[in-house]
Design a protein around this ligand. Structure first.
Ligand code: X6L
Ligand code: MG
Ligand code: MG
Length: 172
């Protein structure tokens, strides 16, 4: 059995934001080729890019998967659609957004998928939760720990992860 490790960023700023994140994590884990093995805390974050919109909830999950990166991306898009994501303004409000950040140590550059996610290194709403569950990850150039690479401003803990159980986060 081939086992790959991927980190996926989740965000929501429409409707019941926490419910949307929970459903997305449950959809991922219920896929027989995906196991969610770790989750970050949930952070409330100021909107970036287009600022005249509601604050987001953001988190990052670690998965083991037998899906290749393209099938994993397709699965993420299907989850977004099943949770009501519509065609929308670029950078505008969304019910849920799933972005593949890392897939093993692979460098992938195609029209539909770029891994590592090309803009993750400058987004505190990604790096703060990612560094919580992936302390060994390093930015490529210049080498250094995540903590030195982002400004934590605009990113506030909203719900603290409690213990090792992935779904404990959603149960209280
Ligand atoms: C200049 C120009 C500087 C554009 C930054 C940054 C654009 C991020 C888009 C940018 C720029 C994005 C989320 C968000 C979005 C999210 C928070 C995006 C795509 N998604 N803000 N803005 N959380 N806090 O998940 O990431 S839109
Ligand atoms: Mg995104
Ligand atoms: Mg996206």
């Amino acid at each position: 059995m081939i086992e790959n490790t991927s980190f996926i960023a989740l965000g929501s700023n429409m409707g019941d934001r926490f419910y949307n994140l929970e459903q997305a994590v449950r959809h991922l884990d219920s896929n027989e080729k995906i196991e969610v093995v770790n989750v970050s805390s949930v952070y409330e974050t100021d909107p970036v890019g287009y600022e005249e919109q509601a604050p987001f909830l953001n988190m990052v999950v670690e998965v083991r998967t037998d899906l290749d990166p393209f099938l994993l991306l397709e699965t993420c898009h299907k989850i977004e659609q099943s949770l009501g994501r519509k065609r929308e303004l670029r950078w505008g409000p969304r019910t849920v957004d799933l972005d593949i950040l890392l897939y093993n140590q692979e460098d992938i550059e195609t029209d539909t998928l770029i891994v590592p996610h090309p803009r993750m290194w400058e987004r505190a709403f990604v790096l703060v939760p990612l560094s919580e569950i992936n302390q060994s990850a390093r930015v490529p150039i210049p080498a250094g720990p995540f903590e030195t690479m982002y400004d934590q401003e605009g990113v506030r803990i909203w719900k603290q992860k409690n213990g090792e159980d992935v779904f404990a986060l959603f149960e209280s």
